[in-house]
Design a protein around this ligand. Structure first.
Ligand code: NAI
Length: 284
């Protein structure tokens, strides 16, 4: 297989070649966004019919993007479309499709066994230092990673639908994902002009920052304000008395209305949110 993609960066560790498995709704979107932002991408699916469907998805979306970016400039529209396509190759052979990838993003059917089978096969043929990522929406990343022997180079990369429009990508680390892998993925997402956030659990458990949660909900769920911004806007004293009231009431599952230390501490210190100048965020 010829390597017709030239090196464009001096950083040897930087991801340049990406293989995307699955050319459906999500896969096609990921291929488009990667190619549009200068990555060399190989789109892989089971047969030519699926590949052609993926190409149609990209074509339609790319035309819309080009029109939006270069309203009255037909030449610039054409150039964006052509340069994006020049970064895309396709393959129906999973071994060949994976060979030169620095990063493999899987967006195939949502089935654990199918994903494990694919990654087990790819583990044997991909570059030893290639990073593997799954776009699964519901399966535990560590369960999928188990099928490989590169647990330090395995993570979740959760794009949102429609990929070209949604600015958020969730990077999901397992216990074994290395810092180096996380940094490389972060770098890729920034180059795709998306905003990465570490997978959301409670800020109180120290696994995500307030900014992560607010960014995720604004860019990924389309909320006009993040949940912490909204708390500050409503007033933390008001919120605390609502939650305290629910708890006393006893009608709502206690785990849902358990007191939150971070909220209680802010209120005790006189930080009531936007109206007092400080809450979860600071306001000048
Ligand atoms: P889709 O059904 O549109 O596309 C899946 C594609 O994978 C199909 O073209 C299929 O032929 C191909 N495929 C199946 N097995 C394959 C294999 N072994 N090798 C190569 N290609 C193979 O599915 P969609 O919606 O794009 O979802 C893909 C993944 O992304 C799933 O894991 C899903 O949970 C996840 N996801 C979906 C979102 C959505 O809104 N649809 C949002 C975020 C994640």
């Amino acid at each position: 297989l010829s390597h017709n993609f030239s090196s464009t960066t001096s950083n040897n560790n930087a991801v340049q070649n990406i293989a995307v498995f699955g050319s459906g709704l999500m896969g096609a979107g990921i291929v488009q966004v990667a190619a549009q932002n200068g990555f060399k991408v190989t789109m892989v699916d089971l047969n030519q019919e699926f590949i052609d469907r993926g190409k149609e998805i990209i074509n339609a979306s790319l035309k819309r993007v080009a029109k939006k970016q270069h309203k009255d400039d037909a030449a610039a529209q054409k150039s964006l479309i052509e340069s994006t396509w020049s970064n895309i190759e396709t393959n129906t052979d999973s071994v060949k499709g994976a060979e030169k990838a620095d990063l493999i993003i899987e967006a195939i059917v949502e089935n654990l066994q199918t994903k494990q089978n694919l990654f087990q096969q790819l583990d044997k043929v991909a570059k030893p230092d290639a990073i593997f990522a799954s776009n699964t929406s519901s399966l535990p990343i560590s369960d999928i990673a188990k099928a490989t022997r590169r647990l330090d180079k395995f993570a979740g990369l959760h794009f949102f639908n429609p990929v070209p429009q949604m600015k958020l990508v969730e990077i999901i680390k397992t216990n074994q994902t290395s810092e180096e892998t996380y940094n490389s993925l972060n770098d890729v997402i920034m180059k795709m002009k998306k905003s990465p956030v570490i997978s959301i659990r409670l800020v109180e458990r120290g696994e995500a920052s307030i900014k992560d949660v607010d960014t995720a909900m604004k860019l990924g769920a389309g909320m006009p304000m993040g949940p912490f911004e909204l708390c500050d806007f409503v007033g933390l004293d008001t919120l605390k008395s609502i939650v305290d009231g629910w708890r006393k009431d006893g009608k709502i599952d206690a785990s849902l209305v358990a007191s939150a230390k971070s909220l209680d501490n802010l209120v005790e210190s006189g930080h009531f949110g936007k109206k007092s100048g400080k809450g979860f965020h600071s306001y000048s």
